[in-house]
Design a protein around this ligand. Sequence first.
Ligand code: NAD
Length: 487
Amino acid sequence: MTFNTQPKASHFINGEYIEDTAGAPIDVIYPATGAVIARLHSATPAIIDKALNAARDAQKAWAAMSGTERGRILRRAADRMRELNHDLSVLETMDTGKPYQETSVVDATSGADALEYFGALAPSLTGEHIPLGDGNWGYTVREALGVCVGIGAWNYPTQIACWKGAPALACGNAMIFKPSETTPLCALKVAEILHDCGLPAGLYNVVQGYGDVGHALVSDDRVNKVSLTGSVPTGKKVYATAAEGMKHVTMELGGKSPLIIFDDADIENAVGGAILGNFYSSGQVCSNGTRVFVHESVQDKFLDRLCARLQSSVVMGDPLNDATNFGPMVSDRQRQIVMSYINKGLAEGARLVAGGSIVEGDGFYIQPTVFADVTDDMTIAREEIFGPVMAVLPFTDEAEVIARANATEFGLSAGVFTRDISRAHRVIAQLEAGSCFINSYNDAPVELPFGGSKQSGVGRENSKEAIKHYSQVKSVFVRMGDVEAPF
Ligand code: NAD
């Protein structure tokens, strides 16, 4: 492997790579082999301080630029990311273990989409003129928040770095991004590309570290906004810390989403949706539809086609091989967590119909796994597994399945497969989830808001909605006549 995965330094601050080897080591492991492919260091207090000062010092001049100028830089960075797609995709594969077949069409490309979309929106971020009678009037100004902190999960390191960075920068903010300690490499490239394309120093900084570094950033008075992608327990901690300083938050958290397949569904498409919603990225996707409710009259047909497609079409192996469509878990730890859930599924009486085992040899591979006859109270139907484990639950009628689908503390996503257009909309309207799908699953175009309800999160990423979460409105009353005071 000649690809150089060791970055020039651990952090990217004020427009340059910077190292401080006093920080705790972070070994980056290629999930397909278990080999160490880079060593980085967690940020020391001095590094954190440097990033916060750089961001604070650069932000006001950036916000004072016209939206057109800001947007031009973001759009240039989008073009550059597309030009570099191959190398960025290889790096994403090395960082996460996801197959190149996926990363080459999803990661840098969706990051570029976000930069292009928010770059194009930047010039149109204006306020309103509001007539108030008697010749008086008011106006609103959409202002930047200031310094934003982005904290990433390990499954989509390039995409998350862009989904947070692009709207933040478009609105005139500075960003300090802390990648997951498990996949720290890709965000550095995003920072480098933004600066190569003209972003002034200090506006997009990358600081490495574990949870303590995230906490230090979230609790700092210089920070105005925090956007986290991570698990619900981490989200609760980060939200509470941000509340101490009354900071703005976006929380993109976990899920246990329902996918409902009615008896009139196109079964081949429904199987395809269930595969996308459970086995893409080896199941390490927050919005996955891991509770697959299948109408009892079509359950056997659904399971037959699902198992046949898994048997004939899964290509597990070297993620850099173009033919590979199923990669390893991101880490040995994550594989152990997933195996413990599989064992609980077996112990609690679910019927294993596919997979269920780790794959011996190098790397953290686990087979795509399907359980049938799952009941709502089983652990595998209640807790987020974050691995390739599908739970199939039979149902008999619409009202029953809606109630069961909603019986969870999570509310990230939900999907419905049916040929009945009225039923599709009627059911989706009743499902308690932020990002829903009809006859599809897990599409996430930048034009559509993405995010969760209930414990799955607060706020939305992507689309015009994200602008609201990276800006605030100032209102100004203008009196044209004399002031009438009581004395
Ligand atoms: P995690 O919660 O363990 O960590 C997320 C990030 O938070 C990491 O960068 C970590 O270092 C940091 N962190 C941990 N403790 C912190 C603290 N006290 N203060 C500040 N930062 C802290 O999540 P993970 O295991 O990396 O990712 C998997 C989880 O992320 C799953 O639950 C998944 O559903 C969720 N996720 C959600 C979305 C979404 O958009 N909703 C997308 C991807 C992943």
